[in-house]
Ligand binder design. Sequence first.
Ligand code: NAP
Length: 335
Amino acid sequence: MNVGVIGTGAIGTDHIRRLTGRVAGARVTAVFDVDTARAATVAAMAGAASHREADDVIDDPAVEAVLVASPGDTHADLVLACIAAGKPVLCEKPLASTSDAALKVVEAEVTYGRRLVQVGFMRRYDGGYLGVKTALAAGRIGEPLLVHCVHRNVSVPPSFTGDMSLTDSLVHEVDACRWLLDQEIVAATVVDVPHSPLALPQLRDPRLVLLETERGIVIDAEVFVNARYGYDVRCEVVGTTGTVALDAPSTGVVALEGGRVQALPMDWEARFGQAYVDELQAWVDAASQGTADGPSAWDGYAATAVAEAAVASRGARTKVDLAERPGLYSGESLP
Ligand code: NAP
């Protein structure tokens, strides 16, 4: 399958390497990035053409499917153009920067009549999360009551501003919890915590968010994007008869005089490298049949709607304003 990639920054380049070397059945034949020098370098690496506009990638007759890895505020329009062209698209999270824009994608896909969109919530392909999902489905911890989530990055670039820790980072926790618990999130409350002096002044960091599901389960999610010490993602579901949690991932244990030091991954690639490969393989397998699997446009919309409620919260419990889920997404989007 010939893939066109829009956005050749950090994750776009990583995805191109995976599609080229670790995923079966795909080759990258066209790229675009507003940074034309970066696009040219990456195009040369992949043996792909470097196009002048994003639309040239989508409309390229040789391109059979599109991967969108540009910044979040560009996603919705690009995905709409892919749907209009009838091409399967893997869109990195978030699907859109507003729920209105995400809903337009949902509506366009419903009008098209079948799924073309997969959203890059790769945690659904991670062995640790799949283990938690399997334990919950088997009833190993009884009925889930509450969930503790932690999302910590070493640092973020200066372009990461405003409420992006909610709109770009919290969405991962939202999607993971919706998928694990198989229910929608209906309310969000952001609790004030002290601002880290190491975080850039334009970013409130860390954030602590309480989420409530439609069946009353409460999730506490910490998002701390300047945590400095490592890339640390945790999730523990507490049930009536036990708990189930992700394993603490480790890149090794160093024995030193007087103790042992467990090394941590320092970025998402070290923590979720295999999950990205499995996500891309699932996408290629479905897209080469002209369809999409995995996290859907509805999942992308729901995550953005929850993030929007969190942004609006400012300390107050805020209801998530969710549209009615179209039949196209019943069943398969919350497996
Ligand atoms: P990045 O390194 O800044 O790369 C984005 C690239 O897109 C840059 O080269 C940027 O150029 C370019 N760009 C800007 N506007 C564009 C446009 N209109 N059309 C095409 N390209 C454009 O960012 P990133 O870390 O790769 O993140 C990209 C997306 O992936 C974000 O939505 C992010 O949330 C998501 N992401 C997901 C994960 C995950 O775990 N699933 C991990 C990382 C990132 P300039 O630098 O010149 O603006």
